[in-house]
Design a protein around this ligand. Structure first.
Ligand code: PMP
Length: 449
């Protein structure tokens, strides 16, 4: 099919995610013909560096020989079968390996097929646990301002980004929201490198006062992604873990975006030495190949569901594609690649290279902050640097950066006024240089207007 025909059919019938469709009148979606390492290749052969890992999923580049092979091999056996009453090697192997690699104490793995579903599973498990151990008034969840946990109604209920959520408020679950860490505009005038997570005080107060009705606290560890890659220190996680234990509340970690090496460790909680009660993973789990998600939990939570059928304690949540064998086979291969190709050990020079770009960006008058955690970095554009005043959202500076960068051969997809980098972990030095260069030029083009 020719590019024009793809575009014609798309315009006639496709409704894209996270998009005002009318924007396509100005900038139609770009048909991609194939992928090659960190590049997306369009129908005219133009190569675009995937600076956002295609919505944070891709780990080792597109069209990866080992992942292709894992997929083909599994396809030759079986693509999918029911996962209730049946099992298969890739799921069993993946679950065992994840439990070995995850923070200690997580021993059980529940499968779903996207990040939002993993969050729904965690919330439902937490709620049902308290019901089944007889603490029935624990029915509410605590989340952070500007949090993002997905877009199904349960996940949206614990979200804090008004952009995605405000219109649905009348149909969302009621919970508690507390101020999340905001190190760039720290209300305590601290530095993220040296603070003691003073900003947890609101959380502490709430948990101490209301713990009797709180089932769990859900957060994105170390980086609040959709909030604009807000980076905060591990001490926050340590304090939160202590508080949750003290108040008998589940600590639910959503590592859907930050898991699988993004922070420089396999899991973000490793930086703090913390084990959540429930851990949600997705995105990178298949290196960006197939939809798959898991929720890991402890023996203690699992045991509260384990009983004779007639007690009606089973966790009855299910998805048709639970434990999909193709996705699990790829995920097993992803973990092998991490180990055999020493992916995490080789990240240090790339993380240093990202960090070394900081002075170049912060020298620009319209850059308020350059922040980084592992292989994720962000440049926050501001109208006025001294007052840290954001550009009005209506100006859509981020969209302008997107267009400038795309014309120069890079996919950046800013979050509001925040231009961020979350490239595949295997991006090489030259590719990362090009990405940073293009971003710099795009920012200059957009802020000098
Ligand atoms: N949690 C976090 C932290 C995320 O970043 C995302 C996706 N951006 C999700 C949950 C939802 O995942 P999915 O889009 O697969 O539903």
């Amino acid at each position: 099919m020719k590019k024009e025909e793809v575009l014609r059919l798309d315009a006639a019938h496709v409704w894209h995610p996270c998009t005002q469709q009318k924007d396509h009148e100005l900038l139609p979606p770009l048909p991609i013909a194939r992928g090659d390492g960190v590049y997306l290749v369009d129908y005219d052969g133009n190569r675009i560096i995937d600076g956002v890992s295609s919505w944070w999923v891709n780990l080792f580049g597109h069209n990866h020989p080992r992942l292709n092979r894992a997929l083909t091999e599994q396809t030759g056996k079986i693509a999918h079968h029911i996962f209730a009453g049946f099992t298969h090697q890739p799921a069993a192997e993946l679950a065992a390996r994840l439990c070995e690699l995850a923070p200690p104490g997580l021993t059980k793995v529940f499968f779903a097929d996207n990040g939002s579903a993993a969050v729904e599973v965690a919330l439902k498990m937490s709620f049902q646990y308290w019901q089944q151990v007889g603490v029935r008034q624990k029915t509410r969840f605590v989340s952070l301002t500007d949090a993002y946990h997905g877009e199904t109604l349960g996940a949206l209920s614990v979200g804090g980004c008004d952009l995605y959520r405000s219109i649905y408020r009348p149909i969302l679950l009621e919970g508690f929201q507390v101020q999340g860490p905001d190190c760039f505009r720290c209300p305590y005038q601290k530095q993220r490198e040296s603070c003691n997570a003073e900003c947890i005080e609101q959380m502490e107060r709430l948990l101490l006062q209301e713990h009797e009705q709180i089932a769990g606290v859900i957060i994105e560890p170390l980086i609040q992604g959709a909030a604009g890659m807000r980076v905060y220190p591990p001490v926050y996680l340590r304090k939160l873990r202590e508080l949750c234990t003290r108040c008998d509340v589940h600590y639910i970690a959503d590592e859907i975006a930050v898991g699988f090496g993004r922070t420089g460790r396999l899991f973000a909680n490793e930086h703090a030495g913390t084990t959540p009660d429930l851990l949600c993973l997705s995105k990178g789990i298949t290196g960006g190949y197939m939809p798959l998600a898991v929720t890991l939990t402890s023996e203690e939570i699992y045991r509260a569901f384990y009983d004779d059928y007639a007690t009606m304690k089973a966790f009855l949540h299910s998805h048709s594609y639970s434990g999909n064998p193709l996705a699990c086979a790829i995920a097993v291969e992803v973990l092998r690649i991490f180990e055999e190709e020493q992916i995490l050990q080789l990240l240090t020079p790339r993380m240093n290279q990202l960090q070394a770009a900081a002075p170049r960006f912060t020298a620009l008058a319209q850059v308020g902050e350059f922040r980084r955690c592992g292989m994720v970095a962000a440049v926050e554009l501001v109208q006025d640097r001294n007052g840290k005043i954001p550009y009005p959202w209506q100006e859509r500076r981020g969209l302008a950066v997107y267009r400038e960068a795309l014309a120069r051969g890079a996919l950046l997809r800013p979050l509001g006024n925040v231009v961020y980098f979350m490239p595949p972990l295997t991006i090489n030095a030259d590719e990362l240089d090009s990405l940073l260069d293009i971003a710099y030029q795009a920012i200059v083009a957009v802020t000098e207007k």
